[in-house]
Design a protein around this ligand. Structure first.
Ligand SMILES: [Zn+2]
Length: 556
């Protein structure tokens, strides 16, 4: 029998290979030479690629998938958060305060206590108070944004330093939470936190590099091989560039450059220039992040009809369009014409509509393009707008982990939307049925970047069983189960779907001969029901371009 040329450097064999390639969905083995896949097939078909220097990994019935790609994530910040006062794993108000107290004691020399990751549902009305923070950090200013970054908890020292008191008006892009007499309570929403944030000691490049290094390692450990960083400013772009130049940016990264909403189209030439200079190693910068609204929990998400008040009757608040909706279409048209990808943040149904309208304007002015506009978050989509994703070819960029009943949804969202609009949330099933392209991402540091947990929620519409066992009692039904999607579709969205958004679909996203060997090994075949909740799967290895970037010793 002829010896195939070339012999493989790595062969992964004896497993369940789920390829996401419609032409050959399943295989048993894969051979890799250099950075590319050279064979996909049965154990017997791949065996001839094994030579004396080939590393043979026995998958022993475990699952091999294309590497996950996160289409909306903040890894530099997520990694940096892990290195600061991170309260994500603390439970309840008292647990959070205890974590902060311990961190402050252990870091007595820090001039500020900076952390993040509290959960609105752990605090009355979703808004923690400065007095609580004063009790554990009395001597220094302290600042902690919540998990989604849209509300910030500060202590009295921080408010004093920023000069925020009962006479301070709310800024146009934010709101100071107040007691009835106007005194700030210690929670600042959206742009209201800027006055404190600008007093922080500047983050050093070394801290950002350490954040990226930590974030990348963490994501590789979750099977992620590529991502789109959803907010890249000039500083973080230079951090990525340095990592790429130093040779340790192992992930493939698309940088979404931040659209400065204080400015207009005068910034477009700068964005074009940054994009041109942005390709180094595995780094690209061809996307622009346009943040169109806030979030529903703080009533800053932009809604077509007003939010309801605590008594269930309409208020006069429809949320905030951060970018002037009259100017957005013109700007998006120019970005698209320049070959830059619009990456929108839209949570409320009006924000989603404004983003779709902007792409419609770009399509009619520019004709079809290959910029692949996508809208991230898509929490509330008016039913009339669901089919527009397919017709305008706008990718739906889903953060599926959020599509479940939990306190943030049931206490802080549904009562203020009312029953009809509550039923329009995260309509992934309807989007797929209408022919839309679906990508997935995590929005980490906002929430866990674990793709398996998000995929579990996309399939079950219930919080991941490993994270929230308490939610799997009769109290927590599936959330809008008609919008559940198949495991097949969810895996496709988190691999090939996000690869499309990242313009990496020609080279990655499926397991096919000739493609780059971006792969991940999971300790069980999640397609077999008896293996337990999808989110309990563990990653055993991750390869980018044929090189292992994460390996668990139990891989063998
Ligand atoms: Zn984000």
């Amino acid at each position: 029998m002829a010896i195939p040329e070339p012999l493989a450097d790595v062969v992964l064999t004896g497993g369940h290979v789920h390829t996401v390639d419609r032409a050959r969905p399943r295989a048993e083995a894969v051979a890799v030479h250099g950075e590319r896949i050279v064979a996909v097939g049965s154990v017997a078909a791949v065996a001839p690629f094994v030579g004396p220097r080939t590393r043979v990994v026995d998958l022993a019935g475990r699952l091999l998938l294309p590497g996950f790609q996160d289409a909306h994530v903040h890894p530099v910040e997520g990694g940096r958060d892990q290195l600061q006062c991170d309260v994500r794993d603390s439970r309840g108000r008292d647990g959070v305060l205890e974590t902060i107290r311990a961190y402050a004691e252990a870091n007595a020399d820090l001039p500020w206590i900076v952390g993040s990751g509290w959960y609105m549902a752990d605090f009355e009305n979703g808004t923690p108070r400065r007095e609580d923070l004063d009790a554990v950090v009395p001597d220094r200013p302290a600042l902690l944004p919540n998990r989604d970054g849209h509300s910030t908890w500060v202590n009295t020292k921080a408010l004093e330093l920023a000069g925020i008191d009962r006479t301070t008006p709310d800024p146009p892009d934010g709101r100071i939470e107040r007691d009835p007499d106007g005194t700030p309570t210690g929670t600042l929403h959206e742009g209201a936190a800027d006055a404190v944030e600008r007093l922080l000691p500047p983050t050093t490049d070394d801290e950002l590099l350490a954040g990226l290094r930590r974030g990348q390692a963490y994501m590789h450990g979750l099977g992620i091989t590529a991502w789109q960083d959803a907010i890249v400013d000039e500083e973080s772009q230079s951090i990525y560039r340095r990592a790429a130049e130093q040779g340790w940016l192992t992930a493939r990264v698309e940088a979404a450059m931040w659209w400065d909403r204080e400015r207009g189209d005068d910034q477009i030439p700068e964005l074009i220039e940054r994009s041109r200079a942005g390709s180094v190693g595995r780094l690209r910068a061809n996307s622009v992040k346009l943040m169109q609204d806030g979030v529903l929990e703080t009533f800053t998400g932009a809604m077509i009809d007003p939010y309801l008040g605590h008594d269930g009757s309409p208020t006069d608040n429809r949320g905030i369009s951060f970018i002037d909706p009259k100017r957005l279409p013109g700007w998006v048209t120019r970005l698209d014409a320049a070959g830059l990808q619009p990456h929108f943040h839209a949570i409320g149904d009006r924000a989603v509509r404004e983003c779709l309208d902007a792409v419609a304007a770009a399509r009619s002015a520019n004709g079809p393009s290959d910029t692949r506009p996508h809208i991230a978050h898509i929490q509330v989509i008016h039913p009339d707008d669901v089919p527009r994703f397919a017709s305008l070819d706008v990718v739906a960029n889903a953060q599926a982990l959020w599509a479940a009943h939990e306190d943030q949804m049931d206490v802080l969202t549904i009562p203020f939307l009312g029953p009809e609009r509550s039923g329009w949330q995260y309509p992934f099933g309807a989007l797929l049925r209408s022919g839309a392209r679906l990508a997935m991402g995590s929005d980490w540091g906002v929430s866990s970047p674990d793709p398996l947990q998000a995929i579990e929620v996309a399939v079950t519409r219930s919080a991941p069983a490993v994270v929230e066992p308490a939610m799997h009692t009769e109290r927590w039904e599936a959330f809008l189960p008609d919008q559940a999607i198949s495991l097949e579709d969810a895996v496709r969205a988190y691999t090939a779907g996000s690869a499309y958004v990242n313009h990496l679909d020609g080279e990655t996203g499926t397991i096919e001969v000739g493609k780059l060997a971006d792969l991940t090994v999971i300790d069980r075949d999640i397609f077999e029901r008896e293996t337990g909740p999808i989110g309990s799967g563990r990653i055993l290895a991750t390869f980018v371009g044929g090189e292992p970037v994460f390996e668990d010793p139990s891989l063998g």
